[in-house]
Design a protein around this ligand. Structure first.
Ligand code: GLU
Length: 289
């Protein structure tokens, strides 16, 4: 198999210590396997996209010594591919229109999973819109035993999610007319022949949905590895919203050493080249080459 991995930042702000960990993990895994490392700019959610953030992210990655093996893909240019996949799903009877307003969904959500307080859409519009206009389009998930999806994460171990009770039928096209992240990521990973997804553990919860969508579309399922997310002092995931500071471009080595430590890799190095050699070897010893 030809290894193809990727880093898929959402350009909602500059890279910070948390997103650097995801970038580094995906980069080291690709290097450890002698594979290709690609970058995809996930700007499908136009309202959340910050102008120039993508260029800044790409420049920071390059400055930190992480150069993609192919030209970056931009989700904002991939609308035709998402529409084609959506039409296939629609033709196969997998999707239905949903007329629920945000308020109606909030009122009808069912608490099913105490640990994550996950809320499942109860399928109100499964059997028709009841006179309401179509707002979003949802993918019908299986019922009963068929709803239990399992996979083995290379870092987090065996995972199971019941799509029916923990997620419910999920949106592929949002009420604001935008393609949903779940559809975009599956279509893009398949189009780029991604074999290995390495990303933050905040996306572990999305993985079963993505695998199910891959099955509906008849595309391969990549291997998954979710690394621990970086939290701030009060235990929130580091993000622009929780006040993460942009990376200091003056000190790439310090930031990389710290990101590696978060991944359980303790290396000291005097140059970027030495850092990447040592960190790749340590990663390979842990997750295989
Ligand atoms: N764009 C997503 C994020 O920045 C990552 C998606 C992925 O790696 O699948 O959280």
């Amino acid at each position: 198999m030809t290894y193809r991995g990727r880093f898929a930042p959402s350009p909602t702000g500059p890279l910070h210590a948390g997103s650097l960990v995801s970038a580094l993990a995906s980069f080291l895994d690709a290097r450890a396997r002698g594979g290709s490392w690609l970058v995809r700019i996930e700007d499908v959610d136009a309202p959340r996209t910050v102008p120039d953030a993508a260029d800044e992210i790409l420049a920071t990655l390059a400055h930190f010594g992480m150069h993609p093996d192919e030209a970056p893909v931009w989700q904002s240019e991939r609308g035709a591919a998402y529409a084609a996949a959506f039409e296939r799903l629609q033709a196969a009877g997998f999707v239905y229109p949903c007329g629920c307003t945000r308020r109606e969904i909030a009122d009808s959500l069912v608490h099913v999973h105490a640990r994550h307080a996950t809320l499942a859409y109860p399928g109100t519009c499964r059997n028709g819109l009841h006179g309401k206009p179509a707002r979003a389009w949802r993918l019908r998930v299986p019922d009963g035993d068929a709803a239990r999806l399992t996979f083995v994460d290379r870092c987090q171990g065996p995972q199971t999610q019941d799509l029916a009770t923990e997620v419910g039928d999920f949106a592929l096209k949002r009420a604001d007319g935008l393609w949903a992240y779940q559809l975009a990521v599956v279509v893009d990973d398949a189009a780029a022949d991604i074999t290995h997804v390495v990303r933050g553990a905040d996306l572990l919860d999305s993985t079963a949905r993505q695998i199910y969508l891959q099955q509906c579309l008849g595309v391969p399922t990549p291997a998954y590895l979710h690394v621990p997310v970086v939290n701030n002092d009060i235990g929130e995931k580091l993000s622009k919203q929780t006040g993460a500071a942009p990376l200091n471009r003056e000190a790439p080595l310090d930031a990389l050493v710290e990101a590696a430590l978060h991944l359980g890799i303790d290396v000291s190095a005097a140059s970027l080249d030495a850092f990447y050699s040592a960190a790749t070897a340590a990663w390979a010893a842990r997750f295989g080459r």
